[in-house]
Design a protein around this ligand. Sequence first.
Ligand SMILES: [Mg+2]
Length: 228
Amino acid sequence: MSLQAILIDVDGTITDPLHSSMDPQMLWCRLEELLMAKKHISRKSANARILSCGDCETHCLSEFLDELDIAQEDYFAAICRYLKNKIVIPDDTKRFLEFVKREKIALYTATTNPRFVTLAKLAAGGVAANHLGCEYFTGYYSGCFFRDREGKFSPRFYPDILKHGNFSPDRVMMIGDEPHRDMLPACRAGIKYGINIDRTRKEPFIEKNGGYFINSMDVLHDFIRNIN
Ligand SMILES: [Mg+2]
């Protein structure tokens, strides 16, 4: 039975974790700085204005931009500038994105990163052009997509994706780099193909604990062709 959808984590899976050291406040700081410059206000006032827009734990800050009178393009560019030398999308990911597109399999993110931030990371890594979308992805599932405070760590995350996408779990693959956040909860939700990638592993492919451990996305081309 052919694959209906591939879900993929962003940090450490699409991107190379060795080159991704990031200030956890970077999204907030970029927005603060844009507001300070545009409105000629202090950091403290900028901070208060952002906080007044809504719940930052269940919303992406990009959802507040209209209210803050900041252009989407400006916030996106500020994030991209920050990420430019911090994000690397390795060649095996780039080959995999092309492969999935050629095979016409729907690809979705399954990540803590909201859509806007995912697109900024893809743009910084050279595979997306702007905040409007990316040719390789059909959709973007994130914590704030479901307005779930626990985000990706919610036990509802994978079941919610399956339900929203109307996916048959036995025709879905989840690829991630942290088994306890990606492969295992996905498999618990019934997803048939749980993949864990660790690019430092020696063995290219091992089947273990109901999941598959790989050291490069390249390994998946044949694996997926055999499923399909
Ligand atoms: Mg990850």
